[in-house]
Ligand binder design. Sequence first.
Ligand code: HEM
Length: 481
Amino acid sequence: MGKGGDAGVKANSAATAKLEKYTWSEVKKHAQPADAWMVYNNKVYDVSNWHEHPGGAVIFTHAGDDMTDIFAAFHAAGSHNMMKKFLIGDLIVESVEHKDQKQRDFEKAYRELRSKLVMMGMFKSNIGFYIYKQVSQISMWAAAMAMMWYSENPLVHFASAMLMGLFFQQCGWLAHDFLHHQVFKNRRYGDYAGLFWGNLMQGFSVQWWKNKHNGHHAVPNLHNSSALATDGDPDIDTMPLLAWSVTQAQQYRELQADGKDSAFVKFMIKNQHIFYFPILLLARLSWLNESFKTSFGLGAASENAAIELKLKGLQYPITEKSFITMHHIWMFAYACGFGRFSFLYSAALYLTVTASSGFYLAIVFGLGHNGMATYDADKRPDFWKLQVTTTRNITGGHGIPQFFVDWFCGGLQYQVDHHLLPGIPRHNLRKTHEFVESFCKEWNVQYHEADMYDGTIEVLECLKTVGSEFVIDFVKDGPTM
Ligand code: HEM
């Protein structure tokens, strides 16, 4: 397969010939990685088998669909130049029957809002803000290290471990901003900063994170298109531990050799609202494991990611591997008190860091999307409605002040606004939010926010409801419990 996949060949001839015209139903037929057509501003592109795409397998989440808005969300201006070689024709606009005039006006309006925010300078980062964030990060890390180095008091050691957990969480938000290219125009600089805060300090692989997180942004709360596919939102792919919808549990059941739920799955999903918090405590262990596997070529999260890794490898192979290794070395030295502590005491400290960090990160992720709408792959709405209805903003409340929420959630308290416009730096999200909220009101799009307490209750209620529906579903399917 050459550069540009199969499409490069076809499109080169298209560049010289007159462009074909295609109906929407024809585009929809090409919805697989091996046969992938996409629409951008009413032009049709063929990116079949383009596993070398610099953004990775996420491109195939929009095979057979309109990519206009998701393309705008992810790309630098220069990426348009690369599109030409994939162009195969024009879309016959009248054939898009599922959109009435109101829908077309709505899409036009949200694209205009985006342009307005660009003109207002909302996408420009404030370097002073990011210098301050990085200096405060380094200070937090130095404080946690010093507490472990100088003190012989177990209370100080465990306080240090909790602080280190918080440090990892805040590293997550920093790497997130850099890797969404919110901070630097030159994307390489964003990647380098991401490698520093992600791989070296936090222990997470940049490539693993980009694949997973960009996939999540492209299709939030979307189910896989079939039990065998891995084209849905990776962030809700939490079976057999948690099911965010009965569809997810059913898809998992279909994958089993005997087509039945095991006793473990039944027990877990039925009681998932009880296990939610304990599972969050283990989240970091799972992310560390996946990061390690990605960096050292020991596995990939999806079939497409595996093909992509095989074809083009890691973007930063040496840095990924060496930074992850260095992370585990410094973290090991820290947890064993630089050689002073027993094995069991060190393990307890390590687990405290890991559990607290997993909890701090996952609680914010959960508040962002869990318990919000989930969609079947073939029923997803337009870009704006998909992002808004699957996402929850977090406010202060129930005694938790807004300034703490702003700091703790690292910008993701404006999760809705961030999902619609992932390139906007976090310090501009409050202003952006005013425009997004009034736009949603004007166009009658349901927009949701809750404080940390109410939001967590909503998440637990969702788990409980899905757990109960799941019990009804598996009893209907033939009880074996
Ligand atoms: C013909 C279609 C497409 C072309 C020619 C294309 C091209 C590119 C290019 C040149 C880059 C690297 C430069 C940059 O970051 O802007 C890139 C990155 C990226 N693309 Fe695409 N792309 C296409 C479609 C898509 C679609 C449909 C998605 C999502 C559903 C997507 C997701 C991404 C992401 C997430 C990145 C950023 C990766 C990073 O931060 O390292 N692309 N793409």
